[in-house]
Design a protein around this ligand. Structure first.
Ligand code: ATP
Length: 275
């Protein structure tokens, strides 16, 4: 707590119930995680340990949330890094950062007396991108270190380590990462369907004063086709801002509709700006 310099923020426990939609992804993840929990059974049957789970899908769909919930579900410590941290690092720095990350996970687990650790690496394609370009020698060392760490995981280790990677460019990943015993499980985390969108909107409406007589979240879910969870969170937030600006007591359907337009427009101008 307080003024400590730890790089690891104490994560707020996050459960699967706080993640809307993504029912199939959640189920697949839980099935995979049970391998981490039932370690005696795994040993008895001589099943090789699950080391890596890859979450694939567009930005803002809840991959980070799923990784945090996975840590919570398995009573593991959680440490995280993003592939973008490794961009433009000097030769060798990336590899030592990977080593540190695993060390950090082991130390944190020891400190908190937990038997397992979840290491989450977002944008893993930045580290584990295909190595055929030839120009990215620094990434080679970083990726090699990651592979070394993965290969060094054994069922009998304490803590047991699970690596969860996320990417929205699975096709960019080096095949070395995808071999058995590395990222074994691939779980697709797609854009939510209408039911999922309604669920996500409901989750983000919980702490907000909605006008229950006016608001129809099903309808908002219908109007927000193609939105990610992150965009739906923005819709709720923007609607609250509109209501507040109008000195309205409650958030109404009209505020939500305006918020949908705003978020949609925002996306469009973002895209125009980057193109
Ligand atoms: P990226 O690939 O851009 O890192 P991500 O898939 O990891 O995205 P998250 O960081 O998990 O996405 O989601 C960002 C925010 O969007 C969350 O903090 C949450 O507020 C909201 N969100 C996204 N998906 C969901 C969901 N399925 N249920 C509830 N909230 C969601």
């Amino acid at each position: 707590g307080g003024g400590s310099k730890a790089k690891v923020r104490p994560p707020k426990p996050l459960s699967f119930e706080q993640i809307g939609g993504q029912e199939r992804a959640k189920q697949e993840l839980v099935e995979a995680l049970d391998f981490l929990i039932h370690v005696d059974q795994i040993k008895k049957f001589g099943i090789r340990p699950l080391k890596g789970i890859l979450l694939t899908g567009p930005p803002g769909t809840g991959k980070t949330l799923l990784a945090k919930a996975a840590a919570h579900y398995t009573n593991s410590v959680y440490v995280a890094a993003s592939g973008s941290e490794f961009v433009e690092m000097y030769v060798g720095v990336g590899a030592s950062r990977i080593r540190e990350l695993f060390k950090e996970a082991r130390q944190l687990a020891a400190k908190q007396k937990k038997e397992s650790a979840v290491i989450f690496i977002d944008e893993i394609d930045v580290i584990g991108g295909k190595r055929d370009g030839g120009q990215q020698r620094e990434y080679d060392q970083t990726l090699n270190q990651l592979l070394t760490e993965l290969d060094g995981i054994h069922t009998s280790d304490t803590p047991r380590i699970l690596l969860i990677g996320a990417t929205n460019r699975k096709e960019m990943l080096d095949s070395a990462l995808l071999r058995p015993g590395r990222f074994d499980r691939h779980i697709a985390v797609d854009l939510p369907d209408k039911k999922g969108r309604a669920h996500i909107l409901g989750i983000h409406a919980k702490n907000k004063p909605l006008n229950a007589e006016d608001v129809n979240l099903e309808k908002i879910a219908e109007e927000s086709f193609g939105f990610s969870g992150a965009q739906l969170e923005s819709v709720m937030n923007e609607a609250a801002i509109y209501a507040m600006r109008e000195d309205s007591e409650l958030i109404g359907q009209r505020h939500l509709s305006m918020a949908i337009d705003k978020v949609m427009m925002g996306e469009r101008t973002d895209r125009e700006a980057t193109n």
